[in-house]
Write a protein that binds this ligand. Structure first.
Ligand code: PLP
Length: 383
């Protein structure tokens, strides 16, 4: 049976060139980068080369990259680290209602610890209004954290505009760019951010390695205390193979960025084909969306049943974010764009990647109508 992977926002396969680059660091080049002898220094050099490659992808300086264990950790480090370090300046944080749980739950944790958080609403297309950000700022506001693009519906936020507001009001601005790095241009100066999170496994790198961009002069409280690695900000013996792989993945992502935007044509062909199905709709903004993201809703049926039926046809898809796939709660993102719970439950996310072809898209378009019809026939919700 044909196999089609269309869940690239959940994770991507590690690029063969990335795996090749990592391999020696598991075996012959296994040194601890803090060791002074040859294989230690070799590992240190490899980390610093990777740091350069990661910084090049986002237009940062090498010294402004802190390696972490994931995108989740980068978000935690940025938000808790900045809030806890700068509490004396104020206790108010602004975010959006459609952030990834790595940001939302970190904000909730800070609320329990005395901080005040404003969760801004989004439009029915899933866009944060920069005027709302401006209006929410108080003299107590110390941090704004708004994601670059949403992982479920793919909407790209007006980060540059929010960045200008943050700069004018002298408030630190963090963005979660986990879903954008390697897919659309990400440049920390153009975006106007002081902190930015990325994760290797979303851009054809290995799982379990991320990075936080920390603009020079931005001071944060470490969240892991230990031997003082990563400029005393993130103690832990470095994941050398992972970091080397991340660097290689960023190098490849930079080279391939122009080709990634070609995915938009494939995405649009997928959207056109799927919307031929009766009572189907596109979630998110029609144009301000990631080139690889298509998110639909189908009346009268449940996303989970669609995923299982697609799986039986060899298609890997998702209802929303992989992290919340075990939850029975309707997606907070889909609820925030104004969907009713039953509409949110009937959603399907298809996210394209490098290896997808028009043939894959045609295959999905050919199997989906029967699945939808079959599920509607047994649905108590269908007329
Ligand atoms: N932020 C966003 C927008 C994501 O999509 C994800 C992963 O799904 C994360 C953060 C978490 O990244 P990681 O899986 O590296 O912890």
């Amino acid at each position: 049976m044909k196999q089609v992977y269309m869940d690239h926002s959940a994770t991507t396969a590690t690029d063969p060139a990335v795996t090749q680059a990592m391999l020696p660091y598991f075996s012959e080049k296994y040194g601890n980068p803090s060791s002074l002898y040859t294989i230690g220094r070799q590992a240190r050099r490899a980390i610093e080369e990777a740091r350069q490659l990661v910084s090049d992808l986002i237009g940062a300086k090498k010294e402004e990259i802190i390696f972490t264990g994931s995108g989740t950790e980068s978000d935690n480090l940025a938000i808790k680290g900045y809030a806890l370090k700068n509490r004396a300046k104020g206790d108010h944080i602004i975010t959006s209602s459609i952030e990834h749980h790595a940001v939302l739950n970190t904000c909730k944790y800070l609320e329990k610890n005395g901080f005040k958080v404003t969760y801004l609403p989004v439009s029915k297309d899933g866009i944060v209004n920069p005027h709302d950000v401006e209006k929410a700022i108080t003299p107590q506001t110390i941090l704004i954290t708004i994601m670059h693009a949403n992982n479920e519906i793919g909407t790209i936020q007006p980060i540059e505009e929010i960045g200008k507001i943050a700069k004018e009001k002298q408030i630190i601005f963090h963005t979660d760019a986990v879903q954008t790095a390697g897919k659309i241009p990400v440049n920390v100066d153009a975006l106007g951010v002081s902190m930015l999170s990325i994760s290797a496994h979303k851009l054809y790198g290995p799982k379990g390695v991320g990075a936080l961009y920390l603009r020079k002069g931005t001071s944060i409280e470490p969240q892991l205390h230990g031997g003082g690695h990563e400029r005393n900000i993130r103690s832990s013996t470095e994941n050398v193979p992972g970091i080397v792989g991340f660097g290689k993945a960023c190098e490849l992502a930079r080279e391939r960025l122009p080709r990634e935007s070609n995915l938009a044509a494939l995405r649009d062909s997928l959207i056109r084909g799927v919307l031929e199905i009766k009572d189907s709709y596109l979630n998110g903004h029609p144009t301000k969306r990631l080139p690889n993201n298509a998110n639909f809703r189908f009346s009268y049926i449940e996303g989970e049943s669609m995923i299982l039926n697609l799986d039986m046809k060899g298609v890997a898809a998702s209802t929303g974010s992989a992290c919340s796939s075990t939850s029975l709660e309707p997606s907070h993102v889909l609820m925030s764009i104004g969907l009713r719970p039953e509409e949110a439950h009937g959603s399907l996310r298809l996210t394209l990647g490098r290896e997808n072809t028009q043939e894959d898209v045609d295959y999905v378009i050919s199997v989906l109508p029967d699945i939808v019809n079959k599920l509607r026939m047994i649905s108590p919700l269908a007329r």
